[in-house]
Design a protein around this ligand. Sequence first.
Ligand code: XIL
Length: 788
Amino acid sequence: MKKFLSLLLVLTLLGGCSNTTTTTNDGAMNEEKDDTVLVTEQAAETLEEAEPSLTTEDGEVYQDYPLKELASNHNLLIGACVEPFYLEEEAYVATLSKYFNVLTPENRMKWSFIHPEKDVYAFEEADKLVDFAMENDMKVRGHALLWHIQNPDWLLASEWTRDELLAIMEDHIKTVVGHYKGQVYAWDVVNEAIDNNAWRDTIWYKTIGPDYIEYALKFAREADPDALLFINDYMVEEENLKSDFYYDMAVDLLEKGAPLDGVGLQFHIDMNTPFDNKSIYSNIKRFADLGLLIDFTEIDVRMSGTPTEAKSRQQREIYESLMDIAVSMDSVSSYTLWGFTDKYSWIPGYFTDQGYGLIFDEAYAPKEAFYGIGNSLAKGPQELPYEKMLDMSNRLSAKAMIAKKASTIPTIDGLETDKEWDEAIIYKLAYNQINSNDQRSPENISDASGLFGLLYKDGYLYGIVHRKDDRTIGSYGESYQNDNVEVFINYNKYFNQLRSLVGKDFENNPARDSLAVWNEEGTIMEFKISMPEDDLSGLTMGFNMALSDSDNMSDGRKYQLYPFAGSNTSYMGKDLGLIWFEGDTPRPVSFEQVIPALQIRSTLIHPELDGEAKEIEWMESSGYPMAYDLYDERMKASPVSHEDIYADFKIGHNDTELYGMVKRVDDVTLVGDDLMFSDRIQINFNMEGYPMNITSKVGENKTYEESGIAIQTIWNTDGSNFEFLIDVSQASGEIKDQLMSALSPNTILPINMMLYDVDEEGIIDYVLSPFNGDYTEEVQYRGEMEIK
Ligand code: XIL
């Protein structure tokens, strides 16, 4: 039953307890890649010459794709990093020379190897790699002339003056590049010059200043005018704060006339937080528009634990979609992996319990990822679907969080006194973004849960957070590893991430006046932050909050709960939600941003529609909480306790079906003849123009058809589990094509999903939804889901 408590009481309780062509015009220095016909014929020829198919499984022909021939047909290099001693192994050499047409020395051209003493250069090992490449008709990518790690002691131990260090740098670059003149076709001149979204504080930066990169490029150009010169970095693959910095750096270098030919995107991908392809696409486009080449320089796709069928398939998808981008965008000139066999990879040595990131297994057998890459290369350049997704004009955003104008300015003292917060709307920290696939709230509410409310006055944002956690951690190594609350603001070019460890003020916020104060128990935090505008009324900004929970060091962070779904990249300025400072005259958002769509993953496992909602069958599907109550005007957060009413769901798809399950906890189930007087679920989709509506009273199992689409709903006996299935395979002709395209990756589906809780005839108690919003609003769809 709904308890009509005052906001104060509720909080206290908690506290105590396509069609756009993208293969051309991206502005690069390129020749024939858009000559699709030619490419296709050549590819076909090469495929015919290739060895016969290896295996046939699920109708797919597993072709021994001649990767390097296919790639060169598309003007693309395909490469791997190599260590000289691997070359002693026959199988290694056979695979390397068969499939790749460029290699990168994994370590041997790094300073500590090639220039171990001030007056000693040691080329022998790197020479072996270059010789091997020449003998096998492969190119060599030089890596890396300047980097902040793998440097010799002699370089780091002394204090150099600017001129001394410039002279040392000139000698190094000219000697190394000079030695390989005509043999190394491209150089990573400066590696990883950026730290988050600022200059990395390296010996070069500290001693010489930011113009060290111009010098380095100039020296390299002088030593070999024909070599292509790159800067190279990680976490710059998508559009985010770091890649913004990278972009500005490239613009600056070009404006200064520095000989920069391209940028390297490393692509060390963690399968738990895969990249966002459309963001990669738009990022590449902006660099290409500068006339730069974009090289994928160090690709690997690591997984946690050991491979399963599902993980291997997901890995393949990532490799394949990345190759789709590489082969379809003219300005991408190389696709280089950081190794190629799982036998030799830096991953297990650097990432705890992670591995299996490459495309051949330890015994050199091709993995799913190999076929993915091959398949993409055999298809050749295609129209990428991302262009249409970048068009924000059709996007529908879930509702922003509202900060109301405060009539009494809250005292920031960590004590919830008076009625100062009574006017604030209360939202929930519910989406656990630590686990990108399953963002449902912790099952046990005392593990971690949180609510927050927001107010503003003039140029200040005020907030209160109620936190529940059975264990508080506050003294681990890095501050983010401790229990903390974060606030993120993103407004035009202004980005700020503020972190407050339990019991402490915000860590540092030099640019703004701010304060965070906790009560003694660590259950209430109050804060204020001055914002980048003096008059906030009517403004909308990018906004997010996070409640992080660690219980012990070795397990790392257990939960990181946000009010929105996302990829846990708010710290990079990505995937934020929105805040609206309620005002009489809403001011238009001056930047394009929508609240991140929920994902619908494709799954191999087909869940059985039996009303049992067995977790194992839904393991691969995406999970989210029904975090909001649309019905209450102020308490937007769904009840924190999992007693009164609670719901979360999982959703997945395959080529022809969309399926989901809802877990529901309700103390009183009421089902009457009249729909209005019944506990029920309502789901509205828009599938590329086809509206789909499922309404199911608790216990109402139905199988029916709408425009040839089969729909099924099923509950278990006590109404705690609901499952649904939308099957378009029997639809006819054009309708079927349309519906199947709605189920293809990168499609955005507007959706509304509501769980009604009616406890007394005629009285709605709650309407739970994954999206924030108001019940009274006449809207058909409240948020978006994206087919993955
Ligand atoms: C790694 C090598 O793979 C390891 O063998 C070595 O111990 C450390 O460096 N980004 C880069 C590469 O630019 O040079 C790094 O290579 C991986 C991360």
